[in-house]
Design a protein. Structure first.
Length: 608
């Protein structure tokens, strides 16, 4: 089927807009590829340092210089459930590489922090900036130039975007992303949300809340709700950087190990010494990025990717905007209901047909580009399969299901949950922002109410506990943007606002901060830019101003006389000194970061 006209048009304008930086990018990586293996040209002392600790057999191969050497860039730590399984992956990678005559070395590690641990804590102010630190750490790991290909081990929120940004600056190297998979299902997500709300109302205590959380997050693997981590994994498969169907295979299983080994051997086959040389910089092009955006909408994925995708694309010389995301959102139907957009988790999604079914449906409607390069050596139509293992744990392949196993979780394009994915751009006299309505009841897509202004989520919580929040309200939580304090996620706002909404009040949130993919049922205008710390309009809002958040027409407005509003002095940034928990080290990041709609990044890769 031909590509949908809207998908074709958005792709065309991205190609045109990106022509200069993309051409320069391709020239850079093709020049690096044309220079051949840097390892073969190193001085003897350099090379000896590079293989000094290897086994005798690996050392012999590296001395001879004819065999591919695979870098492992890992985000392993054993505090993050999603990354704990990676402890044993390097040995699996080395073993799989040796089976096909190659070698593998851990080139370096990158930091991996957990937003679930830092929610509402000072450390969350480092979270978004950790993405660019990860990109930098990836570059440091690969700067030794000992490698012919790369395996990236990462899963969660800023980690995969940061790894991809770093990977694309070494875009001449074939690369594959290897996930660990989601943990098995625990306490149902709806029950977890119910207990969180009861705790916010003071109806259950800390012991009950902690027990519910421990039953939800209970073992190795990615958290099973559909937040940024699992959105990352969906994107990597849709962008052709995973093998087909392996994204949501649980850790610690024979199938997970088999997919990992196949991934390693596949990336070896893509190296320059063979006939299938495929650098990652040629896989991630304008069409692959559009496919990722379509997947984001079709699954109701994390709003964090309205920031990350812009930064990731720029690393490949591709210039996308919020307008591109918004225009695609209008034609992509919502095919999944995964918490917080439903009761199911990603294991239920995978069991119902998962990525193979979803890709088949989107291709059938012309909503994806099939003619892309992938690490699997096929177009995207080669991803209509799913892996399995036989009695000897050997990897096998079968056609992905053509019918959903659970239409409460996964639907075809001709019977979607909603005609659009529910993500749209907001514009108006308060600036530009983003709203995700896929988990919000239709009668709450438009909220108009008086403002109550706060400069932190703690201040809002204190007001709620003191009984100061009642009636219809638009909570304005400002000085939460990248320049103010690193743009933390503000999930602790959701339980009290949800309580107000459940009491029958008209409630919305307006903020220059973030909420990720777990924003839930309260309408929220997020990523508002210009942010308050830049003197944006959100800094001039006062208690009692009427604000309209319109997720139908895409408007974000303060209903105050224009002359009066313009004459107001913006509020000052108070009560946040950026000291402690290492935040002072990130002052240069806050001073130099770009706006949310430009990727909230330190790097200007479109204008090097």
């Amino acid at each position: 089927m031909s590509v949908h006209p809207r998908v074709a048009e958005v792709t065309r304008r991205i190609v045109e807009r990106s022509r200069g930086p993309r051409t320069a990018y391709l020239e850079m990586i093709d020049r690096a590829a044309g220079e051949g293996s840097r390892r073969a040209k190193m001085g003897c002392a350099n090379l000896a340092h590079g293989f000094a600790a290897c086994t005798a057999d690996d050392k012999a191969k590296l001395r001879e210089g004819d065999s591919p050497n695979v870098a492992i860039v890992t985000a392993y730590n054993d505090m993050l459930s999603a990354h704990q399984p990676f402890e044993h992956f390097p040995e699996v990678v080395r073993s799989a590489a040796r089976e096909v005559g190659a070698t593998a070395q851990v080139a370096g590690g990158v930091p991996a922090m957990c937003d679930g641990v830092t929610q509402g804590e000072a450390g969350m102010e480092l979270s978004l900036f950790s993405r660019d630190v990860i990109a930098l750490a990836t570059a440091v790991a690969l700067s030794h130039q000992m490698f012919d290909a790369v395996c990236y081990l990462g899963v969660c929120d800023k980690i995969v975007p940061g790894l991809l940004m770093g990977a694309l600056r070494f875009g001449h190297l074939p690369s594959i992303f290897i996930p660990a998979g989601p943990m098995t299902s625990g306490l149902p997500n709806g029950e977890k949300a119910r207990i969180r709300q009861l705790y916010a109302e003071g109806k259950v205590g800390r012991a009950e809340l902690l027990e519910a959380e421990a039953q939800s997050y209970h073992g190795p693997g990615t958290c099973t709700f559909y937040g940024t981590a699992n959105t990352n994994q969906m994107l990597m498969e849709l962008m052709g950087l995973h093998p087909p169907g392996g994204t949501f295979v649980n850790p610690g299983t024979p199938l997970r190990d088999a997919v990992t080994r196949a991934s390693v051997q596949r990336v070896v086959a893509l190296t320059a010494g063979g006939a299938n040389f495929t650098p990652i910089g040629h896989v991630v092009d304008e069409r692959a990025i559009v496919n990722g955006i379509v997947g984001l909408h079709a699954t109701g994925g994390s709003t964090n990717h309205t920031i990350h995708l812009i930064a990731m694309a720029a690393a490949a010389g591709v210039h996308i905007t919020w307008d591109d995301l918004s225009d695609l959102a209008e034609v992509v139907p919502l095919l999944t209901r995964i918490y917080p957009n439903g009761k199911a988790d990603v294991n239920h999604f995978h069991a119902a047909g998962g990525m193979g079914f979803m890709i088949r449906e989107l291709l059938s409607a012309g909503l994806l580009h099939a003619d892309v390069k992938t690490v699997w050596g096929t177009g995207l139509d080669g991803y209509l399969v799913e892996p399995g293992v036989d009695a000897s744990n050997t990897l096998t392949w079968r056609d992905a299901t053509a019918t959903s196993g659970d239409r409460d979780v996964l639907r075809p394009v001709d019977d979607p949950f909603h005609p659009t994915g529910g993500l749209r751009m907001l514009t108006g006299n308060l600036g530009t922002g983003v709203i995700k309505t896929s988990a919000v009841a239709a009668d709450r897509h438009v909220i108009e109410a008086p403002a109550r202004v706060f400069h932190s989520q703690d201040a809002l919580q204190k007001a709620f506990k003191a009984g100061e929040l009642s009636g219809d309200v638009v909570a304005v939580v400002r000085f939460q943007g990248p320049r103010a304090n690193g743009m933390p996620e503000l999930h602790k706002l959701m339980p009290p606002l949800a309580v107000l909404q459940d009491r029958g009040h008209r409630v919305a949130l307006v903020t220059d901060g973030r909420l990720s993919g777990a924003s839930g049922k309260v309408p929220a205008a997020i990523h508002v830019t210009p942010e308050a710390a830049e003197g944006g309009a959100i800094a001039r809002v006062r208690d009692g101003d009427r604000i309209r958040v319109d997720g139908v027409t895409g408007r974000l407005e303060v209903l105050v006389d224009a002359a009066e509003f313009a004459a107001r002095a913006p509020a000052v940034h108070d009560g946040q000194d950026g000291l402690g928990v290492g935040r002072e080290l990130f002052a240069p990041f806050r001073a130099g970061v770009s706006r949310a709609d430009a990727g909230a990044t330190l790097f200007d890769l479109l204008h090097p």
